[in-house]
Design a protein around this ligand. Sequence first.
Ligand code: MG
Length: 438
Amino acid sequence: MHKFLIPCIILLLSCSKENDSEQFFLRIDDSQRIQNFGAEAGHLSLTVTTNCAIETSSSQEWCTPVPDYTANNLKISVTSNVSTEARAAVVTVSSEEVKQIISIRVNQEGAKPVVSVNEADITLRSNEFNFALEVTSNVPIVFDKPAWITEKGGNTWKNGAETYTFTAAPLPTGVSIREGNIVINTVGTFDGILPISVHVTQQQPRIIAHRGYWNKVGAAENSLASLNNAIELGAYGSELDVWITVDNILVLNHDATYAGVNIESATSATIAPLRLSNGEPLPTLQQCIDIVKRQTGPDKTKLIIEIKTHSSNANNKKCVDAVVQAVNNSQAGDLVDYIAFSSYVCEELLKINPQHRVAYLNGDMRPETLKALGYWGLDYQMNILKNNTDWVNRAITEGLTTNVWTVNTRSDMQYFIDMGVDFITTDEPFILKNLLNE
Ligand code: MG
């Protein structure tokens, strides 16, 4: 209730109830007796003509009448209407002196139906089962979801911004990745509102065979046999090390030299007679690209191309350009990820194409720095990640991928599975595969 004191002159002249009630007046023009508001919060002012003290009231809490003592106005304020339903209130203006009550109808439109969600994609790594969606809606919603996702707390709809929680069941034995959609549907049909899908991926760490799956009879590190073994195993990727020769041939080898021959200062003719322990010549990158390109089916093993750090940035640049050209000429861009110890190499790859998937090996940059430089991920030696146990989560927060090398024991594999890395690079891909299937 509000008391509204009329200007002093009028009061002095007229406000004596005992004298003559006829001289008191309270008027609100008929045209102001209905007030219409949109759904948002706001206020309107009405002109009240009176020489009396007035009282105001409202039938609804969301609607507040406030007399303006300086301007003979009555301000009516409304809060925003978060419901899609229109609503109405009655404001009354009265005065003891005139024994009169004037009603003003206040109408407010309903809000436009809204449903929005904060995520389009959720990735659940091996150590994550619970997740949440922030959904803003002013109409009732329900969630359609795969059987492996349950609604943790029942998820009762509430108007406005609300957190809804979910739990994914553990991956079944033998399944390393599965995907599904949570579809947000309205209960009933609302103009302009369509179902919203949130894509959920649940995945174990993916296997990367370090220098191929060479730890098998008939194979050797960085050989075509080890690449074929990795493909046969169904690894996510087969890592290889690449150098460029003086005559611009891209050759696989881990060290700078093989059998006493320095690769980057040799010609391909000098390298041609060299043999790996399994009898193969040193493969070229092109041979490896041709092999991964020949794969059929949905889950093709990728080449994880490590561009080695050459003796000069001129040679690094020459190698980067030749690798990218070979990949592009073969239209194999979706079948390769790039890794390097040299930040120069990594940044040249990103300069050529910011979409290149480039992960940094050298372990001396924090996730936030890598993100700022445009990297796709980090690929760090395991002790770096054991000594910086928050880096994987920080990388995930930054949207970076995480890869760890070279993880060869079951206990270390389990450690990084539990840490939730995206990739584990190992000389023992078969052991890792079995562990992930247990
Ligand atoms: Mg390597």
